[in-house]
Design a binder for this molecule. Structure first.
Ligand code: DX5
Ligand code: ZN
Length: 219
């Protein structure tokens, strides 16, 4: 069964602690979208917010850095309590070194690929990372539509990971809803990031339970 990682990007930031508590018992990881206003247009939040969240939850904190200079942000986010840090290949000219820095800092290392970035941009470093994140929307905003061609990319990525004997998680992020979660998991995703379909709903825990029900095969 795929793991579920609600993204707080669509949460009510004015009552963040309450919203995180609501999903604590249903989520496998908590996905934290960090945006710098350069790599993607919006600015979301920084390491001090991660530190505050760390004090409120035992969930694995899965930090997705959508920033132009990830190297300078790895250490502060790990120090603030990130359990995993994922960087975008599009802004990492020395990706291998960046991943080593994340692991040396004590966190799980992830590589994110935009929808139009081929999976093979991650292949050389599969032994140096714990997770590959395939974006299924163009990063920057919650509530977008899943880009259809990414479904085939997930399946191809799963095939390559198997062929290469790589043990990385395959996380998929963007546009995942109860209606398409089964197809995304069936294509080979092992972690589903879900933002607006969880925190845009009046009952985030019930939304996660509904997604699990769909993943188990109930319609
Ligand atoms: C987009 C973020 C996503 C976003 C997903 O840039 O990386 O994690 O919060 O939100 P939904 O599920 O609404 O597409
Ligand atoms: Zn994300």
């Amino acid at each position: 069964m795929a793991k579920l990682a609600p993204s707080i990007l669509s949460a009510d930031f004015g009552r963040l602690a309450e919203q995180i508590a609501a999903v604590e018992g249903e989520a496998d990881l908590l996905h934290l979208d960090v945006m710098d206003g350069h790599f993607v247009p919006p600015i979301s939040f920084g390491a001090e917010v991660v530190r505050a969240i760390r004090r409120r939850t035992r969930l694995f904190l899965d930090v997705h850095l959508m920033v132009r200079n990830p190297d300078q942000h790895v250490a502060p986010f790990v120090e603030a309590g990130a359990d995993g840090v994922t960087v975008h290949v599009e802004v990492c000219p020395h990706l291998h070194r960046t991943l080593q820095r994340i692991r040396e800092a004590g966190a799980r290392a992830g590589v994110a690929l935009n929808p139009s970035t081929p999976f093979d941009h991650s292949e050389q470093v599969l032994g140096d990372c714990d997770l590959v994140l395939l974006m299924s929307v163009n990063p920057g905003f919650g509530g977008q539509q899943f880009i259809p061609f990414v479904e085939g990319k997930i399946a191809a990525a799963r095939g390559r990971l198997q062929a290469l004997g790589a043990a990385c998680e395959l996380e998929v992020d963007g546009g995942i809803k109860p209606e398409n979660c089964r197809a995304v998991a069936a294509a080979g995703a092992s972690i589903l990031v879900i933002g607006s379909a969880v925190f845009g709903s009046p009952d985030p825990a019930a939304s996660l339970r509904e997604i699990r029900r769909r993943l188990k095969g109930a319609s």
